[in-house]
Ligand binder design. Structure first.
Ligand SMILES: Nc1ncnc2c1ncn2[C@@H]1O[C@H](COP(=O)(O)OP(=O)(O)O)[C@@H](O)[C@H]1O
Ligand SMILES: [Mg+2]
Length: 320
């Protein structure tokens, strides 16, 4: 059984201008110890997907349909208290901006120790030692001293390490990393990615890695899901995505990256704009930008179909 299974997830925002279908029928699974990359342009529903898994969708967003199961348990059926126990202990999240999770008024050691105690109990002193060990694990220099620092006393890269330590300390089975390196400069990005790769391998932790950077995918992920306008359009092992992308959108993304030296740059060079997420029903969302589109693409929303073993694509038109 998959560790995480997301099935036909729909997360909508009721606004005065209409219902924004930010996530509209997203399905994917993540196995134990697997790293799945979730890739797509800005605004296509990556963060809303991850916040839905955490049951932290901001108002006026609501999960309007679908299922989210962790190890077979239905997360959407859990009450607030049970969900609080899942967050942190079993699923942890790191963000682009560390101050989203770090509290400015407590030292990082105190925050990590509090997370350890909240999810495992135990004595204050043992929790502090665990906090310092976790800071060592994320290669925080002089971890014992830095544990007594407040977040603002650390550089951006070290704050990112502190946030990762905070997420990892309770020993989650699944880490959701939402563009964890986007805000960092290139050298620090590489260090943080190395760190994530090492921690993932050592702990056998599953990771949902959200990124718009296919270079990050190539380096860290086992499998990729490509998301477009609130829908997964293709999912495949990482080598298949690069060697034989099937969906016209995926091909477009890869064409925007003719050379590995361009990895790290935002995906923005496909002609046309993403659709209005208030009017997406009943057709392929990519059709208006697609050179392969035929008349039926305007009438039917194509389902994900397995075209090769383990390689699913939501496009009946594109040739193999
Ligand atoms: N609070 C909100 N109110 C209305 N629409 C929202 C809100 N938050 C997100 N959205 C919509 O959800 C879409 C997906 O957002 P998001 O998941 O943050 O994209 P990204 O893929 O860049 O992480 C956005 O294009 C936006 O239209
Ligand atoms: Mg986002």
């Amino acid at each position: 059984m998959a560790l995480l299974s997301v099935e036909d997830l729909r997360t909508h925002f009721a606004t005065s201008a209409g219902t924004v279908r930010a996530v509209d029928g997203v399905s994917f699974t993540i196995g134990r110890g697997e790293v799945l990359g979730l890739v797509g342009e800005s605004g296509c529903g990556k963060s809303v997907t991850s916040l839905s898994i955490m049951r932290l969708v901001p108002s006026p967003g609501v999960i309007a349909g679908g299922r989210i199961r962790l190890d077979g348990e239905d997360l959407l059926a859990k009450d607030a208290e049970a969900m609080r126990r899942v967050r942190g202990a079993r699923i942890a999240m790191v963000f682009q901006e560390p101050m989203t999770s770090l509290n400015p008024v407590f030292t990082i050691g105190d925050q990590i120790a509090a997370a350890v105690q909240a999810h495992g109990g135990g004595a204050r002193r043992a929790a502090w030692e665990r906090a310092v060990e976790t800071l060592e694990l994320v290669q925080m220099p002089s971890a014992g001293d830095r544990a007594r620092d407040y977040p603002h006393q650390l550089s951006g890269g070290l704050r990112q390490r502190a946030m990762i330590a905070l997420a990892l300390a309770p020993g989650p089975e699944l880490l959701i990393a939402d563009e964890p390196t986007t805000a960092l400069d290139v050298t620090i990005q590489a260090q943080i990615l190395d760190l994530l790769r090492r921690l993932q391998a050592e702990r056998g932790m599953a990771v949902l890695l959200i990124t718009h950077d296919l270079g990050v995918v190539a380096e860290l992920c086992h499998r990729v899901a490509i998301i477009y306008a609130g829908r997964i359009v293709e999912t495949a092992p990482v080598a298949s995505i690069f060697d034989e992308p099937l969906h016209p959108y995926t091909r477009g993304l890869l064409r925007c990256l003719p050379h590995p030296s361009r990895f790290g740059q935002p995906l923005s060079s496909i002609d046309g704009a993403p659709p209005d997420l208030r009017q997406t029903a009943g057709r392929c969302r990519f059709a208006p930008r697609c050179s392969h589109a035929i008349e039926s693409c305007e009438r039917e929303d194509p389902p994900l179909v397995e075209r090769k073993p383990g390689h699913f694509v939501a496009c009946p038109v594109v040739p193999l």
